[in-house]
Design a protein around this ligand. Structure first.
Ligand code: NAI
Ligand code: MG
Length: 369
């Protein structure tokens, strides 16, 4: 079997604490399940800045580029508030996304039964919820030119951002959404604003053409993005995969996330184009949360977002679907038993720290494997 190369970038704050719990799962899989993972580890963010004055070194960047998948913890914190803009901790993540060309951001919104009552929506609306938002990450209004503030000379200024999408950018993000849909509920809903935006008209046309050419076995629907936002909070379970642009995806994924509870629970993945030779996509997996400086070093961070990110890695980079399912089931079982970190604590539950939560999930994973 070919080795599965993981590059670990724990980062700052609670990043290393959460990563330590994933490392235990990797070790177990290697020892007992022929996981075949090789791991190497690097520095990113403030910890990299402290070591060598950059948010990620060229050597670590090269390792990230060569790995089958990168596991990323979190970066940042008040300690580095005053470092120069180009080497601030976040610059490490931005460079990884840019150099690895990670154009597809995957944000699942899964509601664990035990946490259905923690949602801002009625439990019956979110119980069993399992949707995946595929957000275009490297184009659109966040990057389009011109992008500036100009002085009109009459006491007025004009702020300009430009929404730009080319055919290939829409084709490739739609391709990711359709491929992922085939591994889940086989349905894609594409969201844009074709009623008021030319880029939305093109988005709609290209998604439709891509579907017709290569993915006609997948069910495709279209929704205006504002209506989509409404439907996400009215009846979220109607969706399977949602594909949308950078701006709408930023907002809709945050809305969907909050249907399911705490920041400490939310995983994500970012994928690049398939390699011409091997067909493998470059990939980075990370929790949605940041470095949580307020709780760093206290051993109380919730490691579930990081562990669930590793489950996505098993599923999407290595096609280890049973193992991914079991790891997600292990998380659900632990929550069902009333074992909780502080951020998801509830009446009658038992509060544990990061290590105990990781141990409990690993024990369940072992029992299921
Ligand atoms: P944050 O996500 O770090 O924390 C927000 C709140 O949620 C805090 O009260 C924190 O304690 C809590 N929280 C987050 N993750 C948790 C977990 N796993 N378990 C329990 N509680 C958790 O966001 P914040 O405070 O806005 O940013 C802190 C630092 O992180 C900043 O330097 C920011 O730039 C950076 N950041 C980094 C990100 C990344 O590495 N991708 C993403 C977001 C922020
Ligand atoms: Mg956001």
């Amino acid at each position: 079997m070919t080795a599965r190369n993981l590059f670990l970038l724990p980062g700052d704050g609670i990043g290393p604490e959460a990563m330590a719990e994933v490392r235990k799962i990797i070790a177990y899989m290697n020892a007992e399940m022929a996981g075949g993972f090789t791991t190497d580890e690097g520095l990113v963010g403030g910890s990299a800045y402290d070591a060598h004055g950059a948010a990620i070194s060229d050597a670590d960047m090269a390792k990230a580029m060569a790995a089958d998948a990168v596991l990323f913890g979190a970066v940042g914190g008040p300690k580095w508030d005053d470092v120069p803009y180009e080497v601030r901790p976040e610059a490490g993540l931005l460079r990884l996304r840019k150099d690895m060309e990670l154009f597809a951001n995957l944000r699942p919104a899964i509601c664990y039964p035990a946490l259905a009552n923690a949602s801002s929506l009625k439990a019956e609306l979110v119980e069993g919820l399992d949707i995946l938002i595929v957000r275009e990450l490297t184009g659109g209004v966040y990057f389009g030119e011109p992008k500036e503030i100009i002085d009109l000379g009459n006491g007025q200024k004009r702020g300009i951002d430009t929404q730009v999408y080319d055919t290939y950018e829409i084709e490739r993000i739609a391709g990711v959404a359709f491929e992922l849909a085939r591994t889940r509920g086989n349905r894609v809903c594409s969201m844009e604003k074709r009623n008021v935006m030319k880029s939305g008209v093109l988005w709609n046309q290209v998604v439709t053409a891509t579907h017709k050419a290569k993915y006609s076995d997948v069910q495709l629907d279209h929704m205006l993005a504002d209506a989509g936002g409404m439907q996400l909070v009215r009846a979220p379970k109607q969706f399977d995969v949602i594909v949308t642009d950078n701006l709408f995806g930023d907002m809709l994924s945050d809305v969907a996330a909050m249907l399911t509870g705490s920041l400490g629970m939310l995983p994500s993945a970012s994928l690049g184009a398939p390699d011409a030779k091997t067909g493998k996509r470059k990939a980075l997996y990370e929790p949605v949360h940041g470095s949580a400086p307020d709780i760093a070093g206290k051993g109380i961070a919730n490691p579930i977002a990081m562990i669930a990110s590793f489950a996505m890695c098993l599923r999407y980079s290595f096609n280890l679907v049973t193992e991914a399912d079991n790891l997600e089931k292990a998380v659900a079982n632990v929550l069902d038993k009333g074992i909780r970190t502080g951020d998801i604590m509830a009446d009658g539950a038992r509060q544990v720290g990061t290590v105990e939560m990781g141990d409990a999930i690993l024990a369940e994973f072992k029992a299921l494997s």
